[in-house]
Design a protein around this ligand. Structure first.
Ligand code: ZN
Length: 160
């Protein structure tokens, strides 16, 4: 990395640590020519991904927003925050693996629902109702009935 002080191409890394919630690595470097220190950030080089909203408007995909939505759906359900973070990262990975430059919010919502379903039925229903994934009350009832009984918390009777 070229030194910003003297333009020498020679440096050594004196420290490396995670930054930006694990999405980047910050390296502290020292120029071997002038001994000045500077930092560089290393990130995965993603192709740009856009989200197509139901209104037709396009906006850049925001992983933080995806994570925040899943956090909200899982709030107060005694789920390890790391588990939610990993689940959000897996959803992002699935979306990127589709290889599309533009993905509809309905597709993203479907992936999020799948992930939440595996975490907690309440998180699943919360997300589905807030984001109006279901178009009618019948859809909602059908989804509720389709949830695996064994995933419901102990003592909860889905029929009652
Ligand atoms: Zn230098």
């Amino acid at each position: 990395m070229r030194c910003p002080y003297c333009a020498s191409d020679h440096d050594r890394v004196v420290d490396s640590r995670a930054a930006d919630d694990g999405r980047a690595v910050r390296r502290r470097r020292e120029c071997t020519a002038c001994q000045q220190r500077f930092s560089t950030y290393e990130r995965v080089d993603h192709a740009p991904l856009a989200v197509r909203k139901r209104s037709g408007s396009i906006q850049p995909f925001d992983p933080d927003r995806l994570h925040a939505g899943m956090q909200k759906a899982t709030a107060n359900l005694d789920i390890d925050p790391d588990v939610v973070r990993f689940a959000a990262a897996r959803v992002e990975a699935h979306l990127r693996a589709m290889g599309e430059s533009e993905i509809g919010t309905d597709v993203i919502g479907g992936h999020v629902l799948e992930a939440l379903r595996a975490l907690h039925p309440v998180a699943y229903m919360r997300f589905a109702s807030v984001h109006k994934v279901f178009t009618s009350a019948d859809d909602f009832a059908r989804e509720l009935a389709a949830l695996d009984d064994d995933r419901l918390p102990a003592g909860h009777d889905p029929a009652g």
